[in-house]
Design a protein around this ligand. Structure first.
Ligand code: UD1
Length: 422
């Protein structure tokens, strides 16, 4: 496929209603975990994204029969035909590693290539491997592949804390594998992101026994059989957050539908400090941007703290907020790649170690930009929407991995954005 780019005419007022899609980071592990059972699984509210299509391709390769239509995904894996996740698929999406836990649980063996994904600093998977080893898997690494075998999985206490704290992915992977272990697995400290909770709720709906999800201790009682299930994926809190920031930046008036405002508390707290106002409903959220905006200091932290997946978009926002703001990124080491591109639009940003210092300018001006990782790409689009003149964001395939119908949704709010082939 030819490379594509967005062309944006900045300065258009954003107003209206936008419907939030299902959460990518829940859907990916839930699709992988669907191969735990030989019964039929139906998932609703599955976002149609490149990453989701890649995960579907992967489980089809493993032997699942799949039907994906209008955000409803039906999966049926009566037999697993292969136990390997080839490099050609895994390099396109890091989250492919979720089949490791599922295959070890169901087939007691897996052969998974080392992952690729967003280039946001070193992203090892040692904690996934350590967790699986602790419940009885033997792992060796050869030729760029992880070879996992387990004679019998045995539940026990698992500590998968790394230098940056606990890991979302490792918590989920071990939780998935432990559903088929003999005895009780206790994961502590466990990640407590809403996506971890969603996967646990899905597993319980298919007859597994997971408790404590949403806290820092997860308890899994192993079971030998599982049922089919109909399950609905939660709304994407990062997509919702991205639209909320766009509206605040643009001094717009935007209402989100089908979202979970309770998952956005830390993001809304920061936006409130900048002066934006909200009306929070059960599954709706209206945001009205402020005329006079105030700078803020953001500290990225695991949930319920401020999400690392939202800091790029806030950097774009804060670059036009008068005064000095800061963002301290504590989870990934190389995640300020949007800064240099924003500076090409006139933003004043300096990076000091894990902290970005942003001096607000009156306005950004349009430029030709190169998107890097997923959330940084969104940040550049947001900047383009408020900049004077025309902005071109090149290499947008990262965006298509994680945002469903991004430009259509923005257009429905009044943005001038179009997609072109390079
Ligand atoms: C998930 C999300 C990602 C989000 C991140 C943090 C998915 C598909 N991706 O990524 O969007 O930014 O959570 O909220 O859900 N680490 C290790 N060893 C490991 C695993 C992780 O050292 O084996 C480190 C990482 O390099 C990072 C930190 O732990 O510094 C947290 O990473 P983790 O929570 O695992 O992120 P992901 O699950 O990869």
């Amino acid at each position: 496929m030819a490379m594509q780019r967005f062309v944006i005419e900045g300065g258009k007022k954003l107003a209206g209603t936008v419907r939030i899609s299902g959460a990518k980071n829940s859907a990916l592990p839930i699709i992988a975990a669907s191969i735990l059972t030989d019964k039929k699984v139906v998932l609703e509210n599955v976002p149609d994204l490149i990453d989701v299509r890649t995960m579907i391709e992967l489980i089809s390769y493993l032997g699942a029969k799949v039907d994906f239509r209008k955000n409803t995904l039906t999966i049926h894996a009566p037999h697993i035909k292969r136990i390997d996740a080839p490099y050609d698929i895994v390099r396109r999406m890091r989250a492919s590693y979720y089949v490791l836990g599922a295959l070890v649980a169901r087939e007691k063996k897996a052969h998974v290539s080392f992952p690729g994904g967003c280039a946001i600093g070193p992203r090892p998977i040692d904690l996934h491997i350590k967790g699986l080893e602790m419940i009885g898997t033997t792992v060796d690494i050869a030729d760029g592949y992880i070879n996992a075998r387990a004679r019998a999985l045995r539940g026990r206490e698992v500590n998968i804390q790394g230098p940056k704290g606990t890991s979302v992915g490792a918590t989920i992977n071990v939780m998935i594998a432990a559903t088929r272990a003999r005895g009780v697995t206790k994961i502590a400290p466990a990640a407590c992101e809403p996506e971890v909770v969603d996967v646990a709720n899905f597993l319980n709906a298919m007859g597994c026994s997971v408790a404590g999800h949403g806290t820092h201790t997860i308890i899994v009682h192993g079971r030998s059989s599982m049922s089919g299930v109909l399950y609905r994926i939660i709304p994407d809190r990062i997509e919702a957050g991205t639209f909320v920031v766009t509206a605040a930046m643009n001094r717009g008036d935007v209402t989100l539908e089908h979202c979970r405002p309770d998952h956005l508390k830390s993001v809304l707290d920061v936006l409130k400090e900048t002066g934006a106002t909200f009306t929070i409903g059960h599954d709706t959220l209206r945001i009205q941007g402020a005329k006079a905006m105030k700078p803020v200091n953001i500290f990225v932290a695991p949930y319920p703290g401020f999400p690392t997946d939202m800091q790029s978009q806030f950097m774009a926002f804060l670059s036009i907020v008068p005064g000095t703001s800061t963002i301290k990124e504590t989870i990934f080491e190389n995640r300020f790649m949007q800064a240099v591109e924003l500076m090409r639009m006139g933003a004043r940003i300096t990076i000091e170690g894990d902290t970005a210092v942003i001096h607000g300018v009156r306005r950004l001006s349009g430029a030709i930009l190169m998107a890097s990782d997923l959330r940084a790409s969104a940040a550049l689009v947001l900047a383009g929407l408020v900049a004077k003149g025309r902005t071109v964001v090149r290499r947008i395939y990262h965006l298509d991995r994680g945002y469903e119908q991004f430009e259509q949704k923005l257009r429905s709010l009044g943005a001038h954005i179009k997609r072109q082939s390079e």
